[in-house]
Design a protein around this ligand. Structure first.
Ligand code: AMP
Length: 290
């Protein structure tokens, strides 16, 4: 006798609706709408709800970028990548249900206190290297790692946010804000590039964490461009940055992308081993000031 397995139909989950959430204080304002603290009513789970106005999306023709952000970010699950739990929409708005990063933008803290301690900087660089290694394994190149895209959770763990906007936001930054600071030489000169552009950006961020300004900052976009292409790198004399930290930066800010230190080797670098907190959290209150 042949047994026929009963076919069980899996009930589809009902889509999320705004009524499923209690909305709290605004957390910030982005280019296309606001982000609010929110709590899912049944589970009491705290999230950040990002509201994007459809009109704005249409105006800037960003449907594809948003679709890509949703597809990429919801497929990634790593302690240092901001989770995207789901999305829903109503007549005028699209809502992204995001992991809540309770301490907000890392760079707001950096601007307040000028520079980070080596311990904290190394912890963040190690977290970024781990997150990017995970992303590269999944064939995702962020290409747009920049200060505004780095958030901190309540324990001080770094989270990479904003996937999928890279092309659009990069071109906007070039034309509107004039910020080339985080881009690799092959990107500013419009050459073909690959995942090693993210490794370059780690060198830029490591410098900025330790000195408070990105290494190729200049008065004009043209001057920044020139400094990046020429790798015009110098280290201001300060007591708080070790030779090992400078060594790591020099091994990342290399024009030939093949010669940049790999993400695995960053994690093995003596400065990282000596300074990075293996838990990835920074529990000290605030950031070191001068
Ligand atoms: P965005 O629209 O992504 O540029 O976000 C605007 C601002 O909202 C950011 O600068 C953050 O300060 C805040 N924000 C965005 N996402 C989150 C989040 N998941 N958790 C906490 N704050 C956030």
């Amino acid at each position: 006798m042949v047994e026929i397995a009963e076919e069980k139909s899996v009930p589809a989950l009902p889509p999320w609706r705004l009524q499923d959430f209690e909305i709290g204080k605004p957390l910030g304002r982005g280019k296309f709408g606001k982000v609010y603290l929110a709590r899912e009513k049944q589970s009491k789970y705290i999230v950040a709800l990002k509201v994007i106005f459809k009109e704005q999306l249409a105006k800037y023709r960003l449907h594809h970028q948003l679709r890509r952000e949703i597809e990429i970010q919801s497929s990634l699950s790593h302690p240092n990548v901001l989770r995207l739990f789901g999305w829903f929409h109503d007549e005028h708005r699209i809502f992204l249900i995001l992991e809540y990063a309770g301490r907000g933008e890392l760079f707001k803290e950096l601007r307040r206190s000028e520079y980070l301690s080596e311990k904290r900087a190394a912890t963040y660089i190690a977290s970024l290297a781990k997150a990017l290694a995970y992303c590269h394994e999944k064939h995702v190149i962020h290409r747009d790692i920049k200060p505004e895209n780095l958030l901190l959770d309540l324990e001080g763990r770094l989270k990479i946010a904003d996937f999928g906007w890279s092309v659009q936001s990069r071109s906007k930054r070039l034309t509107m804000c004039g910020t080339l600071d985080y881009l690799a030489p092959e990107m500013v000169t419009n050459k073909a590039h690959d995942y090693t552009v993210d490794n370059w950006t780690l060198g830029i961020l490591c410098y900025e964490f330790l000195y408070g300004v990105p290494p190729f900052e200049a008065e004009s976009q043209e001057d920044t461009f020139k400094r990046i292409v020429e790798i015009d790198l110098s280290f201001p004399p300060t007591a708080h940055v070790s030779a090992e930290a400078k060594d790591l930066i020099c091994r990342l800010l290399v024009k030939d992308s093949f010669k940049r230190l790999s993400l695995e080797k960053i994690l093995d670098h003596p400065w990282i081993i000596r300074n990075a907190d293996p838990s990835g959290t920074c529990i000290e209150k605030g950031i070191e000031s001068k």
